[in-house]
Design a protein around this ligand. Structure first.
Ligand code: ADP
Length: 721
């Protein structure tokens, strides 16, 4: 029972604890490190961006302030120059101021040069702008989309007259673009009509570059366009060389320009990349250290477990030694101790069990020997089959009777061992073989009266046997059969002698009984002279007793003839109505006195039935006679005939005392009478149904009944047609 577990049954370790711990720790630590690095990266990035934007905003504001202050200074100077233009007489001073020309524009658009020379022809549009200025204003002058100069206009006291100064734009631009933003750049954008221009210093020379249509770029949130459009803010964008930059932008309202300071994003974020790689390196070290630590821990857990497993797998029957070896002071030691105690208990119970098994085996062997002895010694032949009819067990008596070898019989179909013939000596229809009947019906086979089977032995002899078969049931399933059978040659010989004797005696008795009857009839009819009134009754009683005696003798004679097989059966077409009428006449007196109604149905006068007239009369006489005898007064007896092509069926139904449930199985036995019948009618002899049964079977028919006590009985018998 406690066999050592074979190697194949040991489950292999698919997911080792070490691997699981290693994987889980590596995953957990890696995820933590990754999250920390990511958080640090994002924080540093936003911090750096904030600082960079601050710097860029400062540069842009400073530039805006510078430009604003230069321009306001120049405006003030122009206002003053209106009266003291001699200051700029010197070309050196003019160059210093960047002043190219100073002139007045009259209300009639006449231009009067005060100092210097206008370097180009002023367009009508520019003159319009000059004329419209009501305060000191500034506007740039473009030539071929190039900013060449800017004009500062101051209205003079004389109405309609304006003092105009043209400044060279280069010094202003040089100043505006002269800036460095660490690693960044400064751009100035301006709008001329609907075009956006970018001012930048190319090799120190201010250059203007056409960027695109202003409205589109403003829509698209291009920083320079936003600045030139009067907005301020910061964003991440691409510069004109498509390099990703961080940008801060502001506007210079006086000029309508925009200032944008940018710095290369990659350069700005360079410290973050360094920080991230440092953190990754540190994270990697943390991961390696954690994994090493966990591996060590896992080993400390798994090695005692594996040791425990080895100790447990080495346990086997009769080898229960288990030593405690784990003293880790933790749960593992508790498990080791529990295994130690369990092994001890297993050892004890195994030893106890072994003793029990030995004892039980001895008992079983004794019982088995006893059973075998019983089986061997019974004179009944025994054949045990499984549900398919294969022989499982036989006894010696079976060999003696069938002449088949007991050992050869086992494992073979029962038909070859227990071959039967009917009492007419013809081979038995396999369906009627008692073992097949039991396998089919799952009910005990014990036929009364005995059907008189003959056993066909291995050497071809036909031996009369009595056979009973019982099903072996497991719940509702029949798992086999037990057949017992016995040689009844001697019984049948004695029965035959008995029947012959009864037949002879009955014959001998019938003649004197008939004579007695004849004389009683004569006495009662006064053929021998008038008899006294007192003598009449006793003579009548003698007549009744004599009739009963004749009836009994007839029954005995019939049963003896049927048993001996001398009751000749000759089926031929007969009129069923005649037969029924003659039977009913027999009971006419009783029917009248009890007021019973006999109701016959289904009889067709034109169609004769095929049967032996005497046999049929004998059966009907017994069935109808019983129905009348066991029925109460004024009840009904029904006779229902169904005449089919192959079968004639006659039902005799009464409303009488019925048959007690517990005595139904004995009803066809010879001389059997049920308890309720004995108390109702003391004169029965228990031969009627016995005769009806053998007569029916002799005519190859069947007889069955259903009955309920105090409600009535229905007998049905069939005859082949
Ligand atoms: P008996 O002479 O006693 O009627 P039978 O052999 O005819 O003998 O019947 C055997 C027994 O069967 C009866 O004693 C009775 O107990 C029972 N039996 C037969 N027919 C009927 C029936 N129609 N109603 C009730 N019991 C019946």
């Amino acid at each position: 029972m406690f066999k050592k577990t074979t190697t194949s049954a040991v489950p292999t370790v698919k997911n080792s604890l070490q691997n699981a711990l290693f994987l889980q720790t590596a995953l957990l630590v890696s995820a933590t490190v990754f999250l920390m690095v990511l958080t640090a990266y994002l924080l540093a990035r936003s911090q750096i961006r904030m600082v960079t934007y601050d710097q860029l905003r400062t540069v842009a504001s400073a530039k805006e302030d510078l430009l604003e202050s230069i321009l306001s200074r120049q405006r003030e100077q122009i206002a003053l120059l209106g009266d003291e233009s001699e200051v700029v007489d010197s070309p050196a001073i003019r160059r210093l101021l960047g002043l190219e020309a100073l002139f007045t524009v009259q209300s009639d658009r006449t231009i009067t040069i005060v100092k210097g020379e206008i370097p180009y022809t002023l367009s009508a549009e520019s003159i319009n702008l000059i004329m419209q200025s009501e305060t000191t204003t500034l506007f740039p002058i473009f030539l071929n989309k190039e900013l060449v100069s800017y004009v500062i206009v101051t209205p003079k006291e004389t109405v309609g007259e304006h003092l105009v100064a043209i400044f060279d734009a280069d010094p202003l631009l040089a100043m505006a673009l002269d800036s460095s933003v660490g690693n960044g750049n400064l751009y100035i954008g301006f709008r001329n009509e609907n075009d956006l221009y970018l001012l930048h210093a190319q090799n120190g020379v201010p250059t203007s570059l056409y960027v695109g249509p202003f409205d589109d770029l403003f829509e698209k949130n291009v920083a320079l366009a936003l600045a030139a459009g009067g907005r301020e803010g910061e964003l991440e964008t691409e510069d004109y060389a498509d390099i990703k930059v961080l940008a801060a932008y502001r506007s210079v309202p006086t000029l309508g320009w925009g200032v944008m300071a940018t710095t290369d994003r990659a350069t700005a974020y360079a410290p973050i990349a360094r920080l991230t790689s440092t953190m990754f390196a540190a994270g990697f070290v943390i991961i390696v250290l954690s994994v090493l630590f966990v591996l060590n821990l896992a080993k400390r857990i798994t090695s005692p477990l594996l040791e425990l497993k080895d100790k447990l797998s080495s346990l086997e029957t009769k080898k229960w030694s288990f030593d405690r070896t784990i003293f880790t002071g933790n749960e593992l030691e508790i498990v080791d101790n529990a295994a130690f105690e369990l092994t001890g208990r297993l050892r004890d119970s195994y030893e106890h069990l072994e003793e029990k098994v030995r004892e039980r085996t001895r008992e079983l062997a004794e019982k088995n020997a006893q059973n075998e002895a019983v089986l061997r010694s019974i004179e009944f032949g025994l054949v045990v089959t499984d549900a398919k009819g294969i022989v499982n067990l036989v006894n010696d008596a079976m060999s003696g009777l069938t002449k088949h070898n007991a050992q050869d019989a086992v494992g073979k179909p029962f038909e070859g061992i227990l071959t039967l013939a009917g009492k007419d000596d013809k081979p038995l229809d396999p369906k009627e073989h008692p073992i097949n009947v039991v396998l089919q019906e799952k009910k005990t086979y014990l036929r009364v009266p005995d059907p008189g089977f003959l056993l066909v032995t291995a050497d071809g002899q036909h031996v009369p046997i009595f056979i009973a078969v019982t099903p072996i049931m497991q719940g509702d399933t029949c798992i086999g059969t037990v057949a017992v059978f016995r040689d009844v040659t001697e019984d049948r010989r004695i029965d035959k002698l008995k029947s012959e004797f009864i037949s002879l005696a009955s014959h001998q008795l019938r003649t004197p009984l008939s004579a007695i009857r004849w004389y009683i009839e004569m006495l009662l009819h006064g053929d021998c002279g008038q008899i006294d009134h007192e003598c009449y009754k006793p003579i009548e009683a003698i007549g009744v007793a004599n009739d009963r005696m004749i009836q009994l003798v007839n029954s005995l004679l019939h049963s003896a003839k049927l048993e001996m097989g001398t009751f000749s059966i000759n089926p031929k077409p007969i009129d069923l109505i005649d037969v029924l009428r003659s039977v009913e006449e027999l009971f006419a007196h009783e029917v009248r006195s009890k007021g019973i109604e006999i109701k016959t149905s289904g009889v067709d006068a034109h169609v004769p039935i095929v049967a032996d007239a005497d046999g049929l009369k004998l059966i009907l006489q017994n069935l109808i006679g019983n129905a009348i005898k066991y029925s109460p007064e004024k009840s009904q007896v029904e006779i229902i005939v169904t005449h089919g092509d192959k079968e004639l069926s006659i039902v005799v139904r009464d409303q009488g005392i019925g048959i007690p449930e517990h005595q139904k199985q004995h009803i066809f036995e010879k001389l059997f009478r049920a308890d309720n019948a004995r108390s109702t009618d003391a004169d029965g002899n228990g031969l009627g149904l016995y005769i009806a049964k053998i007569a029916t079977e002799a005519m190859r028919g069947t007889i069955t009944f259903i009955s309920e006590e105090k409600k009535g009985t229905t007998f049905t018998f069939t005859l082949p047609q």
